[in-house]
Design a protein around this ligand. Sequence first.
Ligand code: SAH
Length: 223
Amino acid sequence: MKIDILTLFPAMFEGILNESIIKRAMEANKVEIHRINFREYSTLNNHQVDDTPYGGGSGMVLRCEPLVSAIEDVKRKDSKVILMTPQGKTYTEEDAQRLSSEKHLILVCGHYEGFDERIREFCDEEISIGDYVLTGGEIPAMVLVDSIVRLLPGVIKKESYENDSFTNHLLDYPTYTKPYDFRGLKVPDVLVSGDHKKIDEWRERARIENTKKKRKDLYVDKE
Ligand code: SAH
């Protein structure tokens, strides 16, 4: 998979692209990730990318021309262009799974007051990471990169994510590690019994109980 991130602040991605699982996935050629500063596509003096809104009002609005030129420059036949916006569809694990089978993602990060409405015409999909407003689309783009790349074949073991929360509309089961007794809080006996059939049954029940307790909405969805 190839991911192109169109952003005015490429340095914001240093952390996520240079640490841990995403870095290893890039080194192993499981994914190719490029940051493109669309300021370079501006044809105005001093590479201006924004301007005041028609009709007046506060804040600066991203102009169509640099962003659309950048999209058109990197776009291929099989690309999916995703606009990061609080007005988009709320992102879920299902979207991460769906997008993980795409060949080429182009993530468009807005900034300032937002972008010229006409930019929407040049994108295939609009995604929000939740009902709150951030200063830019960079953190939302990082959320997509992280959640998608971990699902790519060979990045992490399938067993590591097949029971993860939100898979099959359930949350994950509770997990424990050493010590057995932490300040009087003990690990459930079944997990130290060595009986793998019982452990599997306990985990399956625990996923259901966990979901009913913490996220009834997910469990009801399943009915
Ligand atoms: N005035 C706009 C918000 C602008 S925030 C509005 O109310 O709709 C600036 C940029 O940050 C947006 O263009 C978008 O790219 C990004 N952004 C902010 N919150 C976001 C969210 N919840 N999900 C995805 N992108 C978001």
